[in-house]
Write a protein that binds this ligand. Structure first.
Ligand code: GLY
Ligand code: MN
Ligand code: MN
Length: 445
């Protein structure tokens, strides 16, 4: 059984400290929780908290609102205020326990907490005299609500009230903080990787001709949930044969055939953090010559990229390294034809490697944080210790394309989760077999 770690309240307080340190004096920041979303009639989807709100609070109930108020002239001082649902015996009997304002103040270490019905009165009083407002501009509901509160205060000008005049989008401040993971966050990301790696192993052992993609998905979800990662971080991709050439294939309805590869892209979510792992393996446990050739090439390119990761490296440079390996390899296999120098110059592998090499990973699977993209669409941001990313090269040769038939229907992606360290990298994906020898050995065990 895996030993799980959750983040202590002090981690969330320290995030709020870092956020507030970047606020202008005499300002207020609003960050709102998600609402429940109806699935049909009177049933809801499983609740998923807004990740910016979660990052700053650790509070996992819908409808809440966080206010951070930075006092004029006091650089380091700010107040944290949470509005949340009240305790309600009837609602709690039907729908589950609520934290309530009293326990929230103590357990989540806020300066003040109020019930939701006090929001209008409290907010209009709290923002009186404040100059600047921060909120996430993409949060349309909050945007409207904040404007309403400002108007309410402005309408009382003659009574000596003064409303904020400047609005800032605070998404970037939160996103930049989220991009660099603390040691406690990395520990959780190691754990969700181990849980997800076990799920990939389970899927490899269970796969065989005659089973259906959804049956393999069920094994994966079982392994996630029974180890505390109750939900997948994203819909699992379980793609047999040519389905692997549909990048975000999630139908997962087809029967598996013996001579096919199975591509599985699946990661659990634990304590809010995502894993994002892809493995590709032969359904009957043994790679054919063609499958082996494409697989070895993708693996080689992935290892080249991973081993180059260190502070100062960029996705742009990693893309060049991977592009050279894949283009040369596809030429050697006869899948790309022509003049090799021209092919390399044109980065011709992109015909078959049709997506990005990787992305930031954290609370979201496609995590937040700027990539510093230039006009040529190169990602020039230099890596720093604490960043976590995926490295996921792939080669996709769909049926019916203009390549020799023996290659058609092969789709391979291999995806690991990598943290940047002071001296290089740490591969968090430690227990998902990826060499041909390890995969074949596991599947025959
Ligand atoms: N699982 C989606 C991705 O790899 O980006
Ligand atoms: Mn990914
Ligand atoms: Mn993925």
């Amino acid at each position: 059984m895996i030993k799980h770690t959750l983040l202590p309240a002090s981690e969330f307080v320290s995030r709020r400290d870092k956020f507030a340190a970047q606020m202008e004096p005499n300002s207020v920041a609003f960050i709102s929780a998600n609402k429940e979303v109806t699935r049909s009639n009177d049933t809801e989807y499983s609740f998923c908290q807004d990740k910016n709100f979660y990052y700053l609070t650790g509070f996992n109930e819908p409808d809440a609102l966080l206010l951070l108020i930075k006092i004029a002239g006091a650089q380091a001082e700010y107040q944290s205020i949470l509005f949340c649902r009240d305790k309600d015996p009837m609602q709690e009997v039907w729908h589950g326990r609520r934290v309530g304002p009293e326990l929230a103040k103590e357990a989540y270490v806020f300066d003040q907490t109020f019930t939701l019905d006090k929001m209008d009165e409290q907010v209009t009083s709290l923002i009186n005299g404040v100059e600047n407002v921060y909120h996430c501009f993409t949060d349309v509901d909050l945007n409207k609500q904040v404007d309403l509160w400002i108007k309410q205060v402005a309408s009382q000008l003659k009574m000596g009230k003064r409303s904020p005049t400047v609005k800032f989008d605070c998404s970037d401040i939160i996103h930049e903080l989220r991009l660099i993971k603390s040691e406690a966050e990395l520990e959780i990301m190691r754990q969700v990787n181990v849980i997800s790696g076990n799920a990939h192993q389970r899927a490899m052992k269970y796969s065989r001709a005659g089973r259906f993609e959804y049956q393999i998905e069920a094994e994966i979800l079982h392994e996630f949930a029974s180890n505390g990662a109750r939900f997948a971080a994203y819909n699992s991709i379980v793609a047999g044969g040519d389905n692997a050439n549909i990048l975000h294939y999630t139908d997962n309805q087809e029967e598996l055939e013996a001579d096919q590869l199975l591509l599985i892209d699946a990661g659990g979510e634990y304590a809010g953090y995502a894993a994002d792992i892809t493995r590709t393996f032969p359904i009957n446990g043994k790679f054919t010559e063609e499958q082996k050739a494409v697989y070895e090439l993708v693996l080689k390119s992935q290892i080249v990229a991973i081993e180059a990761i260190k502070p100062g490296m960029t996705f742009a440079r990693l893309n060049e390294l991977v592009g050279e390996v894949l283009t040369q390899g596809l030429f050697d296999l006869g899948i790309l034809t022509g003049n090799i120098d021209e092919l390399l110059k044109a980065n011709a592998c992109k015909k078959f490697f049709i997506h990005g090499l990787g992305h930031w990973l954290g609370l979201d699977v496609h995590d937040v944080g700027d990539y510093h993209i230039n006009e040529k669409r190169q990602q020039l941001r230099e890596f720093k210790p604490g960043m976590v990313m995926t490295i996921e090269p792939g080669i996709y040769i769909p049926k019916g394309c203009d390549v020799e038939p023996k290659w058609q229907g092969i789709g391979v992606r291999i995806e690991d989760n990598i943290a940047v360290t002071e001296s290089g990298y740490e591969n968090l994906t430690v227990n998902s077999p990826k060499t041909i020898a390890d995969i074949e050995a596991l599947m025959q065990s």
